[in-house]
Design a protein around this ligand. Structure first.
Ligand code: ADP
Ligand code: MG
Length: 251
């Protein structure tokens, strides 16, 4: 098995506060690794360090066996790292299809140009359609982003992230603000996506985490207090005490 992400002894201090406390974490190829933990545990800070948006105090990060510590975000993206944001980064006055086609175009190295080869444009759109199919938005291709629902926007964000052809996708609370049905849809989409991309999934919705994760790591005050399969984490006493509150049902 190939290790896509290898985080070793990562530390991040914010003037006195240890937001990342000696974190070790791996994501294997094809795996969905969930990262859970209470608010303020350091989940978003960890993602920011993986993307190169925030510089770690110490430690190291390898992507597919290559150290990326000295690379800026754009170079990490070219090596196969992608993330989704909690705040939407879509073009509201363009169609669903155009938003993905533009992301494909940016990835494939074309800059925005007034003149474009028709054949290029067709291949961009074909690839964009294929990605929309994966996230279940094919029937909404021609709709303007401003007219689609919150849940559909979240699906579209995944499509835009997939357009960069990532090897590892970092998802920061993809279910946030979604209703029950929309969450269900998101779980289905992430299941379909797992065949093409490994994922580090930060999520509070435990139903979704248990449905999707191959492994779960639990972060509390910047430290990984437990890491294991769904079954192992459900039965871990330290997790129940520190995170879920002793006696809380974990399902
Ligand atoms: P989570 O995503 O798990 O809710 P965060 O990573 O956002 O947690 O935050 C972890 C801790 O680091 C919190 O105590 C937060 O207040 C602190 N923190 C995050 N970003 C900064 C920053 N830029 N400067 C100082 N403290 C920060
Ligand atoms: Mg967060």
């Amino acid at each position: 098995m190939t290790t896509i992400l290898n985080v070793r002894s990562l530390v991040k201090n914010f003037s006195g506060l240890v937001a990342t406390d000696n974190v070790n974490l791996t994501v294997e190829e094809g795996e969905i690794h969930a990262l859970i933990g209470p608010n303020g545990a350091g989940k978003s800070t960890l993602i920011a360090q993986l993307m190169g948006e925030l510089r770690p105090t110490s430690g190291s990060i390898d992507l597919a066996g290559r150290p990326i510590d000295d690379l800026v975000t754009a170079d990490r993206v070219s090596l196969g790292l992608a993330r989704t944001f909690q705040i939407t980064c879509l073009l509201p006055d363009f169609t669903v299809l155009d938003n993905v086609a533009i992301a494909v175009q940016v990835r494939s190295g074309h800059s925005f140009r007034f003149w474009r080869n028709v054949r290029d444009e067709t291949s961009l759109r074909d690839e964009a359609r294929e990605i929309l199919d994966v996230v279940g938005l094919m029937s909404r291709s021609d709709e303007l982003v401003t007219n689609i629902s919150h849940g559909e926007r979240k699906q579209l964000e995944l499509a835009v992230a997939l357009a960069t052809r990532p090897r590892l996708l970092l998802l920061d609370e993809p279910m946030a603000g979604l209703g029950h049905l929309e969450s269900q849809q998101m779980v289905d989409t992430l299941r379909v996506m797992r065949s093409r991309v490994s994922m580090l999934l930060v999520e509070h919705d435990m139903e979704a985490v248990f449905a999707l994760a191959d492994r779960i790591s639990v972060l509390v005050y910047g430290r990984v207090i437990a890491s294991g399969t769904v079954e192992e984490i459900r039965n871990d006493r330290a997790v129940r005490e520190a995170y879920l509150g002793e006696g809380d049902e974990l399902c």
